[in-house]
Design a protein around this ligand. Sequence first.
Ligand code: NAP
Length: 360
Amino acid sequence: MPTGSPLGLHRVISDVQILPQQAWRLDATPELLSDDEVVIDVDTLHLDAASYRQLAEKHTSTAGEFDPDALRDEVRSIIEERGKMQNPVTGSGGMLIGRVAQVGERSGLGLSVGQEVATLVSLSLTPLTIVDGLAAWDGRSANVPTSGSAVLFGRSIATALPDDLAPELALMAMDVCGAPALVARIVAEYAERTGTAPIVAVLGGAGKSGVLSLAGAKKAGAGTRIAVVRSDEEAALINDIDVATQVVVADATAVIDVAEAVMSVGGPADITVVCVDVPGCEQGAILSTKDGGTVIFFSMATHFAAAALGAEGLAADVTMLIGNGYTPGHADFALDLLRDNPGVRAVFESRIHIPQNMAT
Ligand code: NAP
């Protein structure tokens, strides 16, 4: 058995040397091609929210009729063509859960055959084959039951599934676990530097990464915590759980409205977190943030140019962070937030069969 690249370069099908995430196509052969790889029998994929929304909107007619079969066909074609599930428009992937099938003798991931695991690296770089044509999936949820194989490299990350949470719930939390860990770190750093509890605003505060970010901010010592949500229904949901001190309804893409909404309840924020799964939230987030403050763009629908040029155009002296999906300890931190906050857990349970606005 040869030793390949711990970065998975030996799986990249390309004339130039690029990483699996950048590659159009991967060699997804469902067996060990290197002695540090791990092969997983896949049970469920969880598609990234920005990716699922983009596909769902694409397959919804102008009359509002959603075609889940067309969505499913497109996901199947992407996987078959690319050897991975990476949405070509959003560039994002998601996560998967499954059972360890083979472990290369030099693998350092600490996994053993038969173990139930969730991968903590994006589907956008994970070699993936499916054998059931996605027949068990109705296309109406970002959770995709399937059977197939995925491959982890020497430098991937995976974790055992917790035995006290439903696998789908754990998968959804792990998909967005980078958000609360990063928010908690920035809140704690701010509090230590200034001796005060920061004001935190979360755009998309009723979504999965949004509620976890609010809960993480609270745990790390944030003061005022503002949830910006899309509708009165979402406001009622968040008002019922103890993660935000203020809840306001605004369209996060309506720049002035969202900034005014944040100001009306104690803003501008010291730290603003963008957890909305649609494009166009950059300037509203920047305008909602104090000079000297920080904006965390967790959303994969964020446009770097819109953020950078938007801040310049507003003469806004803010630090802008890309929401790195990896922070050490991120999965355990998110799962503990779910365990400790029944309200947060209820929000996740209500989203297992998402999306509400495309339930036709
Ligand atoms: P989610 O659960 O679907 O939450 C998104 C929230 O934004 C929902 O509550 C949604 O409301 C709300 N929303 C949509 N449009 C809005 C608008 N115009 N104004 C106000 N709120 C609006 O999504 P998620 O799983 O938390 O993911 C959020 C983002 O994080 C996505 O862009 C995803 O790609 C990204 N992400 C990043 C990483 C990373 O590593 N950085 C990892 C995973 C995910 P409705 O439900 O009513 O539509």
